[in-house]
Write a protein of this length. Structure first.
Lengths: 252, 321
């Protein structure tokens, strides 16, 4: 257990800079939008002596906050390419992989540690994003004493983001296991996902909406379950390939 | 022949370890490494007995680093096999590398870690790690535990690599050009530490590759010379230096004479210098008695001179072909 824990600590420190950047990308849009929301003066109307919540302004606040969280999560997905890309390639580039290889620890244990760190970082970030999203819905929805408001959307937006994260992590993990440069692994992953993402029409068609606000509000992903299944399988296949390459590697 | 084409008996025979190899600290059996069409290491067979200190010398690109990396299982051999203390490093790398430590040409510890953190990591992951030895060596090498590995000087980096190797209490220590790029003082200090390690551990087997032949001469008891991917000489260092001589003489006009065992001939006017292998007083006396050969003088050679003459001789013969 000590061995695994030591490896996890080591792997955590290998990717810590990437994770910190990712967390900043995840949280900053929400923090900025939350701050702007807090200073808005049109939330409360004073039609008479009693203050009344301005329901349309509150709804707009909620939507803007959720849009900010979505942007944060999208940025996190992009950072995931670097997260997976650093997993093997960085150690191979600075040759510290040789030091670890010469220690009497099986490759399986070393792989488990990396999978754990990557999964923990990815799932934690998505959970934080999801909680923020729901927080926006709950707080601002609860603050509006009107009926008929659209409940906050959650999973239907999260699903494609999860998919993008999976494919980013899977592809970069595989490339990282094959290359000696985390920069190339990251860039290649990012490029491939963007390219094939556009091909698969996973992202909303550009130019359909006049401005960002409309674009975010109309955030609809191409509802093709087959695409989702294919992307998930592709991500899994890339991940498994990366694991096999690492376990069967003959040159460090 | 592939594994599939072999019978069970043939496969078993191939994997069988001879008694000699089983007792050797390191045994290479006809290992070859190809990079595409280029052969980096060519059918090398080398056996190091426990307790010996062997210097591996050769020109840049001779295949020394590739050979050492194959020995440690960091690079896969194209054919042949390496046994570390009788265990095949390709088949059972963890078991084979038990008690075997490697010092690379450049420090391979995590550059972003602090010295103390690298030591803690190795202490956790390496069961044979000796904390007392590590502490003593940190003080001895004057390493700052709070310093990042990337900020260490070349000399300190080399010492850290040696520390990480010695703290494992190894029986076999493989060093790949560890003093490469060090200043003379750092190089001396490093080799002093290696000598001290040899003194402290009686059965420690060392294989060290280096270009610092004068320093190497102080510590090795065997020498292996690599040229063009092959081992062309593997001998007891004392015997090699004792029996390799440079003979200077003057030849009379028209005399064409070359003594047996000559590996290199240099002519300057009527003066000639031969480098002879397996040379003793009897051979010198025979040369001196040869008609037309005058003023024969025999000179001892340093390891560096032997190396240069052997390599030049081979290059000349290759050029003549």
């Amino acid at each position: 257990m000590n061995v695994l824990w030591a490896l996890i600590r080591k792997d955590w420190r290998v990717v810590k800079p990437v994770i910190l950047v990712g967390v900043a990308c995840l949280l900053l849009p929400a923090i900025m939008q939350g701050t702007v929301n807090a200073f808005r003066s049109d939330v409360v109307d004073f039609p008479g002596q009693t203050p009344v919540m301005n329901s349309s302004a509150v709804e707009e606040q909620r939507d803007l906050f959720q849009a900010a969280v979505t942007i944060g999560l999208s940025l996190w997905c992009a950072v995931c390419a670097a997260l997976g890309g650093c997993m093997f390639a960085r150690e191979r580039r600075d040759r510290s992989a040789e030091l670890v290889e010469l220690l009497p620890v099986s490759r399986g244990v070393r792989l488990c540690s990396k999978v754990f760190v990557m999964a923990l970082a990815a799932v934690s970030a998505m959970l934080v994003g999801y909680v923020l999203w729901m927080f926006a819905g709950v707080v601002w929805f609860a603050g509006v004493p009107v009926t008929g408001m659209i409940p906050p959307r959650g999973l239907e937006v999260m699903t494609p983001l999860f998919l993008i994260m999976f494919i980013m992590l899977g592809l970069s993990w595989m490339l990282s296991s094959m290359l000696r440069s985390e920069v190339i692994a990251t860039a290649a992953t990012f490029g491939a996902v963007c390219f094939f993402g556009l091909l698969f029409a996973l992202v909303p068609g550009p130019g359909r909406y006049g401005d960002l606000y409309q674009w975010v509000n109309s955030f609809e992903w191409t509802p093709v379950p087959l695409t989702y299944v294919l992307v998930t399988l592709l991500a899994l296949a890339a991940f498994v390939t990366g694991c096999i390459v690492t376990l069967r590697r003959r040159e460090v | 022949m592939t594994h599939a084409a072999m019978s069970t008996g043939q496969v078993a025979a191939m994997h069988a370890v001879s008694a000699r190899d089983a007792h050797a600290a390191i045994a290479c059996e006809r290992i070859t490494k190809r990079f595409g069409s280029r052969i980096a290491v060519r059918e090398v067979s080398l056996r190091l007995e426990p307790g010996t200190v062997t210097g591996l010398v050769g020109l840049n690109g001779a295949g020394k680093s590739t050979l050492l990396r194959m020995m440690m299982g960091l690079t896969a051999a194209t054919s042949g096999r390496v046994l570390l203390r009788g265990v095949d490093v390709a088949r059972e790398p963890i078991e084979a590398r038990k008690g075997v430590a490697f010092v690379p040409d450049k420090p391979n510890a995590f550059p972003w870690m602090r010295v103390r953190e690298v030591m803690e990591l190795c202490a956790t992951l390496q069961p044979s790690w000796d904390i007392e030895t590590a502490r003593r060596l940190v003080q001895q090498y004057r390493l700052d535990g709070t310093q990042r590995v990337s900020k260490l000087s070349k000399g300190q980096g080399a010492k850290l690599s040696l520390l990480l190797a010695l703290a494992q209490q190894p029986d076999v220590l493989v060093l790949d050009e560890p003093t490469d790029g060090l200043d003379p003082i750092a190089r001396d200090e490093f080799l002093e530490e290696v000598i001290r390690a040899v003194g402290e551990r009686e059965r420690l087997t060392i294989l060290i590759s280096s270009h610092a032949l004068d320093e190497l001469e102080r510590i090795v008891d065997h020498v292996a010379l690599m040229h063009d991917g092959g081992i062309v000489l593997h001998q007891d260092a004392e015997q090699l230096l004792k029996r390799t001589k440079r003979i200077a003489a003057v030849l009379d006009d028209g005399v064409k004479f070359e003594p047996p065992g000559c590996i290199l001939t240099r002519r300057e006017g009527r003066g000639v210098t031969w480098t002879l292998q397996d040379c003793d007083e009897r051979v010198v006396a025979t040369i001196a008695q040869t008609p037309g050969v005058r003023d024969v003088q025999s000179h001892d050679m340093r390891l560096a001179d032997v190396f240069k003459d052997v390599v030049r001789g081979m290059q000349e013969r290759e050029g003549a072909r």
